[in-house]
Design a protein around this ligand. Structure first.
Ligand code: G
Ligand code: G
Ligand code: MN
Ligand code: NA
Length: 253
């Protein structure tokens, strides 16, 4: 069996799950939202991480099917949390296929209508590679997505293709500072310079800035001292199943 046909079977059998990692307000650790991250619950191997299978998914005919499943599952979860009185923003990672095939703005609008989710509780994370696609089409699509009230953030900011001029052109609500700049922030003065400048730039442009890869209190404090308000990382919580996320982060009813 090739990995691709194994993945098709896994999809048929419902072996994919979304894990949720908390995103918090750095000053007090209060919950703002969650990033949805796919896992494959393999019957023999246990949880398989997306790094091992998403590259295959993304270049196969399964890509659109799994991307749609991720988007729908995340929206349903966010809506369930909203109905229980918790406004948890849920962020999903877009797959390259979602930019090429069909009209993403239309699918997002349909999904919001179907689930009843408040649009501002949905966030789309896009990597800078998005800009390698047909530019005017992508810009138009994201303008319509943003007009729906859905938030759009650049993921892994600083590691990809974008030049700063795209920050002017692209309809954007925020930037996620890649964890490669954050993990060693306290020891590496180059990282500190890059992170500090990115925070300043974001603020000047009126963008939200979210730091990823925060693994300890001292890093969180340093980010706060540089003016970063939002963050995510193992210090606040690892990606976890929805039920564990609820137990740990949402008040009991
Ligand atoms: O969860 P983890 O750190 O192992 O994720 C590894 C990579 O897989 C990250 O770059 C993340 O953005 C990506 N990834 C996780 N879940 C999804 C998903 O649902 N869709 C897409 N396209 N990528 C995902
Ligand atoms: O590419 P993207 O930013 O979507 O990837 C998210 C990935 O980052 C997830 O696979 C998640 O497991 C990982 N991650 C989240 N927080 C931390 C952290 O504090 N440290 C490290 N090393 N990885 C993290
Ligand atoms: Mn991400
Ligand atoms: Na990242």
């Amino acid at each position: 069996l090739t990995l691709e046909s194994e993945l098709a079977l896994a999809a048929d059998r419902g072996e994919f799950e979304l894990f949720y990692q908390p995103q918090v307000r750095l000053v007090d650790g209060s919950l703002l939202g969650a990033e949805a991250l796919i896992r494959w619950r393999h019957p023999a191997r246990g949880y398989v991480s997306p790094g091992e299978f998403m590259p295959v998914v993304n270049t196969s005919s399964l890509s659109e099917r799994i991307a749609n499943w991720v988007m729908e599952t995340a929206c349903r979860q966010a809506r369930a949390w909203e109905l229980s009185g918790n406004s948890v923003r849920v962020a999903i990672n877009l797959s390259p296929s979602q930019l090429d095939s069909g009209d993403l703005a239309h699918s997002v609008a349909a999904l919001l209508a179907k689930t009843g989710l408040t649009p501002s509780l949905l966030e789309l994370e896009v990597t800078e590679d998005i800009l390698l696609h047909d530019e005017s089409r992508v810009l138009d699509m994201f303008e319509r997505i943003q007009q729906l009230g859905v938030r759009v953030l650049f993921d892994d900011f600083g590691t990809g293709y974008a030049s700063l001029s795209y920050l002017k052109k692209f309809p954007l609500d925020g930037l996620k500072i890649d964890r490669s700049f954050v993990l060693d922030l306290l020891a590496d003065s180059d990282d500190a310079a890059i992170v500090g400048s990115t925070i300043g730039l974001s603020k000047q442009l009126g963008l939200t800035v979210v730091a990823e890869g925060i693994e300890n209190r001292a890093t969180a404090d340093f980010l706060v001292s540089m003016g970063c308000e939002e963050g995510q990382g193992y210090f606040f919580g690892r990606p976890m199943p929805a039920e564990a996320f609820e137990r740990q982060f949402l008040p009991a009813e």
